[in-house]
Design a binder for this molecule. Structure first.
Ligand SMILES: C[S@@+](CC[C@H](N)C(=O)[O-])C[C@H]1O[C@@H](n2cnc3c(N)ncnc32)[C@H](O)[C@@H]1O
Length: 227
């Protein structure tokens, strides 16, 4: 079955520059949950040890996944967009412990023969998939005690549920449209609990105090029960 979302994200990929070579600390890999450079928490949110199996839903060009791999995890990424994955393979070809798959996140979760110690999504498939489908699918593929975490833009007040995101395709063409799901933090927390997650948190990480950008990042996290 062809998926028009794949072409839309290929278009997005063309306009998106590769990640910087180093961050402000001079590191060549790093984890960034937010849309702001050198800002916010890192991979510690996942609470995993070297050797853990970690899955990135909508890994894009693979910057966060490469960092997870350099920490010693078995790092698996799935993404709809061949263009995004092409950038990931080009940039991170010398990073060991990374596996990349082209495909749709829900289908990948349904077909996976293994469970994961952590599953995450940074402005990725969990943002662009109905949480009524995504949250139970993720819960079902987490090992006992495993962590799920996702980040995305906070909802605009009053604009809740399925929303349209427009990806520009040039002056003479209509934009591509993809769906995303926006809710206030307390609704995300209630949904995670409804699907069996424990120790749930959902909060907005404020934008950096410096600069003029004021929109923070919603970070949602929950744990599959240990039994
Ligand atoms: C805004 S980009 C973010 C990429 C990456 N996580 C990052 O932080 O740079 C969204 C990514 O999610 C992928 N994506 C969206 N919906 C998806 C789905 N249902 N299954 C797999 N990948 C998906 C897109 O192809 C795209 O690469």
């Amino acid at each position: 079955m062809s998926d028009t979302r794949s072409a839309a994200w290929d278009t997005y990929s063309q306009s998106k520059p590769q990640r910087r070579t180093t961050n402000a600390r001079g590191e060549t890999t790093w984890f960034n949950w937010t849309q702001h450079a050198d800002h916010g928490p890192g991979a510690e949110v996942l609470d995993v040890e070297p050797g853990s199996r970690v899955l990135d839903l909508g890994c894009g060009s693979g910057g966060n996944l490469a960092h997870v791999a350099t920490l010693g995890m078995h790092a698996v990424g799935v993404d709809l967009s061949p263009a995004q994955l092409g950038k990931a393979r080009e940039r991170w070809h010398d990073v060991g412990g990374m596996e990349l798959y082209q495909g749709e996140a829900l289908a990948f979760l349904a077909d996976s023969p293994v469970t994961f110690d952590a599953i995450y999504s940074v402005f990725g498939a969990a943002y662009f998939t109905d949480p009524g489908l995504m949250l139970p699918a993720v819960h079902g593929r987490l090992a006992p005690g495993g962590v799920f975490a996702m980040s995305q833009h906070p909802a605009v007040e009053g604009c809740y549920g399925c929303q349209a995101s427009y990806i520009p395709r040039g002056a003479e063409e209509d934009p591509a449209v993809v769906k995303r799901w926006d809710y206030p933090p307390e609704t995300w927390a209630a949904m995670l609990k409804e699907y069996g997650f424990e120790d749930v948190t959902a909060e907005v990480v404020d934008a950096p105090a410096v600069g003029r950008r004021r929109i923070g990042t919603l970070l949602v996290r929950g744990v599959r029960s240990a039994v």
